[in-house]
Ligand binder design. Structure first.
Ligand code: LMR
Length: 400
Protein backbone atom coordinates (compact mmCIF):
# COMPACT_ATOMS: atom_id res chain seq x y z
CA UNK A 1 0.00 0.00 0.00
CA UNK A 2 2.80 2.44 0.74
CA UNK A 3 3.70 2.73 -2.91
CA UNK A 4 0.56 4.86 -3.28
CA UNK A 5 1.91 7.51 -0.97
CA UNK A 6 2.99 10.80 -2.49
CA UNK A 7 6.03 12.62 -1.10
CA UNK A 8 5.25 15.69 1.04
CA UNK A 9 7.43 18.71 1.65
CA UNK A 10 8.16 19.70 5.27
CA UNK A 11 6.50 22.98 6.31
CA UNK A 12 8.39 26.25 5.85
CA UNK A 13 9.83 26.35 9.38
CA UNK A 14 11.04 22.74 9.40
CA UNK A 15 12.54 23.16 5.89
CA UNK A 16 14.37 26.29 7.01
CA UNK A 17 15.80 24.49 10.07
CA UNK A 18 17.22 21.80 7.77
CA UNK A 19 18.66 24.37 5.36
CA UNK A 20 20.32 26.38 8.13
CA UNK A 21 21.79 23.27 9.74
CA UNK A 22 23.39 22.32 6.41
CA UNK A 23 25.02 25.76 5.96
CA UNK A 24 28.71 25.53 6.98
CA UNK A 25 29.30 29.30 7.10
CA UNK A 26 30.53 29.94 10.69
CA UNK A 27 28.97 33.42 10.55
CA UNK A 28 25.49 32.27 9.64
CA UNK A 29 22.65 33.90 11.55
CA UNK A 30 19.75 31.61 12.39
CA UNK A 31 16.57 33.63 12.77
CA UNK A 32 14.37 30.70 11.79
CA UNK A 33 12.62 28.36 14.21
CA UNK A 34 11.15 29.85 17.38
CA UNK A 35 13.73 28.61 19.84
CA UNK A 36 15.32 30.99 22.35
CA UNK A 37 19.09 31.33 22.07
CA UNK A 38 21.41 33.04 24.53
CA UNK A 39 24.19 35.47 23.61
CA UNK A 40 26.50 32.53 22.84
CA UNK A 41 23.90 30.96 20.54
CA UNK A 42 23.02 28.15 22.94
CA UNK A 43 19.62 26.85 24.00
CA UNK A 44 20.58 25.70 27.46
CA UNK A 45 18.44 23.98 30.06
CA UNK A 46 17.11 26.45 32.63
CA UNK A 47 18.72 26.27 36.09
CA UNK A 48 15.30 25.83 37.67
CA UNK A 49 14.60 22.90 35.35
CA UNK A 50 17.96 21.28 36.16
CA UNK A 51 17.32 21.67 39.89
CA UNK A 52 13.82 20.19 39.55
CA UNK A 53 15.23 17.33 37.47
CA UNK A 54 17.83 16.55 40.14
CA UNK A 55 15.14 16.50 42.80
CA UNK A 56 12.94 14.34 40.61
CA UNK A 57 15.74 11.87 39.94
CA UNK A 58 16.29 11.49 43.65
CA UNK A 59 12.67 11.08 44.61
CA UNK A 60 10.83 9.50 41.68
CA UNK A 61 9.95 5.89 42.38
CA UNK A 62 7.78 4.87 39.43
CA UNK A 63 7.30 5.49 35.75
CA UNK A 64 3.76 4.17 35.85
CA UNK A 65 1.03 6.16 34.08
CA UNK A 66 -0.20 9.35 35.71
CA UNK A 67 -3.70 9.63 34.26
CA UNK A 68 -5.53 10.40 31.09
CA UNK A 69 -5.63 14.18 31.64
CA UNK A 70 -2.12 14.25 33.07
CA UNK A 71 -0.63 15.58 36.26
CA UNK A 72 -3.24 17.40 38.42
CA UNK A 73 -0.63 19.62 40.10
CA UNK A 74 0.66 20.70 36.69
CA UNK A 75 -2.80 21.53 35.38
CA UNK A 76 -3.78 23.50 38.44
CA UNK A 77 -0.47 25.35 38.76
CA UNK A 78 -0.66 26.34 35.10
CA UNK A 79 -4.24 27.57 35.40
CA UNK A 80 -3.35 29.72 38.40
CA UNK A 81 -0.27 31.01 36.58
CA UNK A 82 -1.90 32.03 33.32
CA UNK A 83 -5.27 33.15 34.68
CA UNK A 84 -4.24 34.48 38.08
CA UNK A 85 -2.59 37.76 37.04
CA UNK A 86 -0.40 39.38 39.68
CA UNK A 87 -1.96 37.32 42.46
CA UNK A 88 -1.08 34.09 40.63
CA UNK A 89 -4.29 32.57 41.94
CA UNK A 90 -7.82 32.08 40.66
CA UNK A 91 -11.03 31.50 42.59
CA UNK A 92 -12.41 28.00 42.99
CA UNK A 93 -15.61 29.13 41.28
CA UNK A 94 -13.63 29.71 38.07
CA UNK A 95 -11.48 26.60 38.52
CA UNK A 96 -14.64 24.48 38.78
CA UNK A 97 -15.83 25.82 35.44
CA UNK A 98 -12.61 24.75 33.69
CA UNK A 99 -11.92 21.39 32.07
CA UNK A 100 -8.25 20.90 31.30
CA UNK A 101 -5.84 18.28 30.07
CA UNK A 102 -2.10 18.04 29.85
CA UNK A 103 -1.05 17.89 26.22
CA UNK A 104 1.96 17.03 24.12
CA UNK A 105 3.19 20.63 23.78
CA UNK A 106 1.21 23.64 22.64
CA UNK A 107 0.53 21.85 19.37
CA UNK A 108 -0.98 18.87 21.18
CA UNK A 109 -3.10 21.30 23.17
CA UNK A 110 -4.31 23.04 20.00
CA UNK A 111 -5.23 19.70 18.51
CA UNK A 112 -7.10 18.47 21.60
CA UNK A 113 -9.02 21.74 21.63
CA UNK A 114 -9.82 21.40 17.94
CA UNK A 115 -11.11 17.86 18.46
CA UNK A 116 -13.31 19.09 21.29
CA UNK A 117 -14.76 21.81 19.08
CA UNK A 118 -15.39 19.20 16.40
CA UNK A 119 -17.33 17.05 18.92
CA UNK A 120 -19.30 19.99 20.33
CA UNK A 121 -19.93 22.09 17.23
CA UNK A 122 -18.90 20.23 14.05
CA UNK A 123 -20.12 23.05 11.82
CA UNK A 124 -18.26 25.84 13.60
CA UNK A 125 -15.67 27.68 11.55
CA UNK A 126 -12.34 28.47 13.19
CA UNK A 127 -11.05 31.91 12.22
CA UNK A 128 -7.30 32.57 12.18
CA UNK A 129 -5.33 35.77 11.73
CA UNK A 130 -3.60 36.70 8.49
CA UNK A 131 -0.86 35.67 8.88
CA UNK A 132 -0.73 33.03 11.57
CA UNK A 133 1.70 30.34 12.71
CA UNK A 134 2.38 28.01 9.78
CA UNK A 135 1.12 24.95 11.64
CA UNK A 136 -2.17 26.38 12.93
CA UNK A 137 -4.13 25.54 9.81
CA UNK A 138 -2.90 21.93 9.33
CA UNK A 139 -3.21 21.19 13.06
CA UNK A 140 -6.74 22.48 13.48
CA UNK A 141 -8.17 21.57 10.09
CA UNK A 142 -6.96 17.97 10.55
CA UNK A 143 -9.63 17.68 13.23
CA UNK A 144 -12.12 18.16 10.39
CA UNK A 145 -12.97 21.78 11.12
CA UNK A 146 -13.57 24.46 8.53
CA UNK A 147 -11.14 27.36 8.74
CA UNK A 148 -11.21 30.94 7.50
CA UNK A 149 -8.93 33.93 7.85
CA UNK A 150 -9.44 37.40 9.27
CA UNK A 151 -7.23 40.42 8.48
CA UNK A 152 -4.66 41.19 11.16
CA UNK A 153 -1.19 42.40 10.18
CA UNK A 154 -0.63 45.32 7.88
CA UNK A 155 2.62 44.71 6.00
CA UNK A 156 2.97 48.41 5.26
CA UNK A 157 2.42 49.96 8.69
CA UNK A 158 3.71 46.79 10.40
CA UNK A 159 0.91 47.14 12.93
CA UNK A 160 -2.42 45.46 13.60
CA UNK A 161 -5.38 46.34 11.37
CA UNK A 162 -7.73 46.12 14.33
CA UNK A 163 -10.72 47.86 12.74
CA UNK A 164 -10.49 45.60 9.68
CA UNK A 165 -10.25 42.56 11.93
CA UNK A 166 -13.43 43.46 13.81
CA UNK A 167 -15.29 44.55 10.67
CA UNK A 168 -14.39 41.33 8.88
CA UNK A 169 -15.44 39.08 11.75
CA UNK A 170 -18.60 41.13 12.18
CA UNK A 171 -19.51 40.69 8.54
CA UNK A 172 -18.52 37.05 8.04
CA UNK A 173 -18.34 35.06 11.29
CA UNK A 174 -21.53 33.32 12.40
CA UNK A 175 -22.85 32.76 15.89
CA UNK A 176 -20.94 29.87 17.48
CA UNK A 177 -17.78 30.28 15.41
CA UNK A 178 -14.40 30.14 17.08
CA UNK A 179 -11.74 32.84 16.76
CA UNK A 180 -8.14 31.82 17.30
CA UNK A 181 -6.24 34.61 19.04
CA UNK A 182 -2.58 34.82 19.98
CA UNK A 183 -2.58 35.68 23.70
CA UNK A 184 0.72 37.56 23.37
CA UNK A 185 3.83 37.65 21.17
CA UNK A 186 1.89 37.07 17.97
CA UNK A 187 3.54 34.43 15.80
CA UNK A 188 4.77 35.35 13.17
CA UNK A 189 4.47 39.14 13.49
CA UNK A 190 5.14 40.13 17.13
CA UNK A 191 2.31 42.67 16.70
CA UNK A 192 -0.05 42.30 19.66
CA UNK A 193 -3.39 43.83 20.53
CA UNK A 194 -3.26 46.63 23.10
CA UNK A 195 -5.18 46.21 26.38
CA UNK A 196 -7.84 48.63 25.04
CA UNK A 197 -8.19 46.50 21.89
CA UNK A 198 -8.57 43.33 23.97
CA UNK A 199 -11.31 45.08 25.96
CA UNK A 200 -13.13 45.98 22.77
CA UNK A 201 -12.58 42.56 21.24
CA UNK A 202 -13.92 40.75 24.31
CA UNK A 203 -17.13 42.84 24.24
CA UNK A 204 -17.46 42.23 20.50
CA UNK A 205 -17.02 38.45 20.89
CA UNK A 206 -19.64 38.36 23.62
CA UNK A 207 -22.14 40.39 21.60
CA UNK A 208 -21.54 38.35 18.46
CA UNK A 209 -21.54 35.02 20.39
CA UNK A 210 -18.12 33.98 19.14
CA UNK A 211 -15.84 31.75 21.20
CA UNK A 212 -12.24 32.85 21.76
CA UNK A 213 -9.56 30.18 21.37
CA UNK A 214 -6.41 31.69 22.89
CA UNK A 215 -3.04 30.28 21.88
CA UNK A 216 -0.64 31.18 24.69
CA UNK A 217 2.67 29.80 23.45
CA UNK A 218 4.94 32.67 24.53
CA UNK A 219 3.56 33.64 27.93
CA UNK A 220 6.15 35.65 29.90
CA UNK A 221 8.33 36.45 26.92
CA UNK A 222 6.56 39.61 25.77
CA UNK A 223 6.10 42.43 28.27
CA UNK A 224 5.81 40.57 31.59
CA UNK A 225 3.70 37.77 33.04
CA UNK A 226 0.72 39.84 34.04
CA UNK A 227 0.85 41.94 30.84
CA UNK A 228 1.12 38.82 28.64
CA UNK A 229 -2.01 37.27 30.08
CA UNK A 230 -4.11 40.46 30.00
CA UNK A 231 -6.01 39.51 26.86
CA UNK A 232 -6.66 35.96 27.98
CA UNK A 233 -7.89 37.10 31.38
CA UNK A 234 -10.10 39.68 29.70
CA UNK A 235 -11.90 37.23 27.43
CA UNK A 236 -12.27 34.77 30.33
CA UNK A 237 -13.88 37.56 32.35
CA UNK A 238 -16.28 38.60 29.63
CA UNK A 239 -17.09 35.56 27.49
CA UNK A 240 -18.97 32.55 28.87
CA UNK A 241 -16.82 30.02 27.01
CA UNK A 242 -13.12 30.18 26.15
CA UNK A 243 -10.61 27.64 24.86
CA UNK A 244 -6.95 27.95 25.82
CA UNK A 245 -3.87 26.21 24.42
CA UNK A 246 -0.82 26.98 26.55
CA UNK A 247 2.72 25.83 25.95
CA UNK A 248 5.75 25.44 28.23
CA UNK A 249 8.14 24.92 25.32
CA UNK A 250 9.56 28.44 25.22
CA UNK A 251 9.02 29.91 28.68
CA UNK A 252 10.40 26.83 30.46
CA UNK A 253 12.73 25.99 27.51
CA UNK A 254 11.29 22.47 27.62
CA UNK A 255 10.91 22.21 23.84
CA UNK A 256 11.53 18.51 23.26
CA UNK A 257 9.76 17.42 26.43
CA UNK A 258 6.47 18.52 24.83
CA UNK A 259 4.62 20.17 27.69
CA UNK A 260 1.32 21.88 27.04
CA UNK A 261 -2.10 22.42 28.51
CA UNK A 262 -5.50 22.63 26.91
CA UNK A 263 -8.14 24.31 29.05
CA UNK A 264 -11.77 24.95 28.37
CA UNK A 265 -13.68 27.51 30.36
CA UNK A 266 -17.30 26.39 30.36
CA UNK A 267 -20.57 28.15 31.14
CA UNK A 268 -21.05 26.17 34.35
CA UNK A 269 -19.61 23.36 36.44
CA UNK A 270 -21.86 20.64 34.96
CA UNK A 271 -20.68 21.48 31.47
CA UNK A 272 -17.08 21.42 32.70
CA UNK A 273 -17.59 17.91 34.08
CA UNK A 274 -18.80 16.74 30.68
CA UNK A 275 -15.95 18.55 28.91
CA UNK A 276 -13.44 16.79 31.20
CA UNK A 277 -14.80 13.39 30.17
CA UNK A 278 -14.62 14.42 26.52
CA UNK A 279 -11.04 15.69 26.79
CA UNK A 280 -9.99 12.44 28.49
CA UNK A 281 -11.62 10.39 25.79
CA UNK A 282 -10.07 12.47 22.95
CA UNK A 283 -6.63 12.14 24.54
CA UNK A 284 -7.13 8.38 24.88
CA UNK A 285 -7.94 7.93 21.22
CA UNK A 286 -5.06 10.09 19.98
CA UNK A 287 -2.08 9.39 22.27
CA UNK A 288 -3.67 7.48 25.17
CA UNK A 289 -1.57 8.90 28.03
CA UNK A 290 0.29 12.20 27.96
CA UNK A 291 4.08 12.24 28.60
CA UNK A 292 4.86 13.12 32.22
CA UNK A 293 8.47 14.22 32.68
CA UNK A 294 8.28 17.84 31.52
CA UNK A 295 4.90 18.49 33.12
CA UNK A 296 6.13 17.12 36.45
CA UNK A 297 9.09 19.51 36.28
CA UNK A 298 6.78 22.47 35.65
CA UNK A 299 4.53 21.40 38.53
CA UNK A 300 7.52 21.09 40.85
CA UNK A 301 8.95 24.46 39.81
CA UNK A 302 5.67 26.31 40.17
CA UNK A 303 4.90 24.57 43.45
CA UNK A 304 8.18 25.40 45.16
CA UNK A 305 8.93 28.97 46.26
CA UNK A 306 12.64 29.00 45.55
CA UNK A 307 12.43 27.07 42.25
CA UNK A 308 9.63 29.35 41.13
CA UNK A 309 11.69 32.45 41.93
CA UNK A 310 14.62 30.99 40.04
CA UNK A 311 12.40 30.34 37.02
CA UNK A 312 10.85 33.82 37.10
CA UNK A 313 14.37 35.31 37.15
CA UNK A 314 15.42 33.21 34.17
CA UNK A 315 12.25 34.04 32.26
CA UNK A 316 12.84 37.73 32.97
CA UNK A 317 16.41 37.39 31.71
CA UNK A 318 15.22 35.84 28.42
CA UNK A 319 12.55 38.49 27.95
CA UNK A 320 14.86 41.37 28.72
CA UNK A 321 17.57 40.06 26.43
CA UNK A 322 15.08 39.96 23.57
CA UNK A 323 13.89 43.49 24.36
CA UNK A 324 17.53 44.66 24.31
CA UNK A 325 18.13 42.98 20.97
CA UNK A 326 15.00 44.59 19.57
CA UNK A 327 16.27 47.97 20.70
CA UNK A 328 19.67 47.43 19.12
CA UNK A 329 18.26 46.15 15.84
CA UNK A 330 15.83 49.04 15.76
CA UNK A 331 18.61 51.57 16.22
CA UNK A 332 20.68 49.93 13.49
CA UNK A 333 17.71 49.90 11.07
CA UNK A 334 16.75 53.48 11.81
CA UNK A 335 18.22 55.00 8.67
CA UNK A 336 16.55 56.32 5.54
CA UNK A 337 14.21 53.63 4.23
CA UNK A 338 14.30 51.59 7.43
CA UNK A 339 12.31 53.87 9.75
CA UNK A 340 9.01 51.93 9.76
CA UNK A 341 10.84 48.68 10.41
CA UNK A 342 12.90 50.29 13.14
CA UNK A 343 9.79 51.56 14.94
CA UNK A 344 7.96 48.23 14.59
CA UNK A 345 10.81 46.00 15.73
CA UNK A 346 11.20 47.80 19.04
CA UNK A 347 7.47 47.97 19.61
CA UNK A 348 6.65 44.33 18.87
CA UNK A 349 6.79 41.52 21.38
CA UNK A 350 8.33 38.13 21.91
CA UNK A 351 10.58 36.24 19.56
CA UNK A 352 9.13 37.28 16.25
CA UNK A 353 8.73 40.20 13.91
CA UNK A 354 7.69 40.00 10.29
CA UNK A 355 9.80 42.37 8.22
CA UNK A 356 8.40 43.87 5.02
CA UNK A 357 10.61 41.77 2.77
CA UNK A 358 9.61 39.96 -0.40
CA UNK A 359 10.22 36.25 -0.83
CA UNK A 360 13.15 37.10 -3.14
CA UNK A 361 14.67 39.43 -0.56
CA UNK A 362 14.37 36.83 2.21
CA UNK A 363 15.98 34.24 -0.08
CA UNK A 364 18.75 36.63 -1.05
CA UNK A 365 19.57 37.12 2.63
CA UNK A 366 19.89 33.36 2.87
CA UNK A 367 21.95 32.75 -0.24
CA UNK A 368 24.24 35.80 -0.05
CA UNK A 369 24.55 36.44 3.69
CA UNK A 370 23.67 33.11 5.36
CA UNK A 371 20.90 34.89 7.24
CA UNK A 372 18.01 32.52 7.79
CA UNK A 373 14.44 33.77 8.11
CA UNK A 374 11.23 32.39 6.63
CA UNK A 375 10.25 33.45 3.10
CA UNK A 376 7.56 35.61 4.72
CA UNK A 377 10.25 37.75 6.39
CA UNK A 378 9.69 36.39 9.91
CA UNK A 379 12.73 36.77 12.16
CA UNK A 380 13.35 35.20 15.55
CA UNK A 381 15.11 38.04 17.34
CA UNK A 382 16.62 35.64 19.91
CA UNK A 383 18.70 34.14 17.09
CA UNK A 384 20.69 37.39 16.81
CA UNK A 385 23.29 38.69 19.25
CA UNK A 386 25.03 41.96 20.10
CA UNK A 387 27.94 41.16 17.81
CA UNK A 388 26.03 40.26 14.67
CA UNK A 389 23.23 42.85 14.86
CA UNK A 390 25.13 45.52 12.87
CA UNK A 391 25.84 42.97 10.12
CA UNK A 392 22.23 41.79 10.20
CA UNK A 393 20.82 45.32 9.89
CA UNK A 394 23.23 46.18 7.10
CA UNK A 395 22.28 43.04 5.15
CA UNK A 396 18.53 43.70 5.58
CA UNK A 397 18.90 47.30 4.42
CA UNK A 398 21.01 46.22 1.48
CA UNK A 399 18.32 43.92 0.04
CA UNK A 400 15.45 46.38 0.49
C1 LMR B 1 7.97 28.44 15.47
O1 LMR B 1 6.98 29.07 15.11
O2 LMR B 1 9.07 28.54 14.92
C2 LMR B 1 7.86 27.51 16.66
O3 LMR B 1 6.59 27.52 17.18
C3 LMR B 1 8.37 26.13 16.38
C4 LMR B 1 7.53 25.36 15.43
O4 LMR B 1 7.25 24.20 15.74
O5 LMR B 1 7.15 25.85 14.36
Amino acid sequence: MFEYLVPLQPDAIIALMQQCKADTNPDKIDLGVGVYKDEAGGTTILRAVKAAEKQLWETETTKSYVGIRGNDDFRHAMLHLILGGDAGKIDDSLLDRIASAQAAGGSGALRLGAELIKSAAPHATVWVSTPTWANHIPLISSAGLKMEKYPYYNRETLGVDFDDMIAHLDAHAKVGDVVLLHGCCHNPTGADLSPAQWDQLADFMLAKQLTPYVDLAYFGLGRGMSEDSYGLRKVVDICPEVLIAASCSKNFALYKERVGLVAVVCKDTDTATIARSQLGSIQRRIISMPPDHGAKLVADILGDKSLREMWVAELTEMRERMRDLRKQLSEALNVQGGETMAAAVVDQNGMFSTLPLSVDQARKLRSEFSIYMTDSGRINIAGANKTNIPRLAEAILSVL
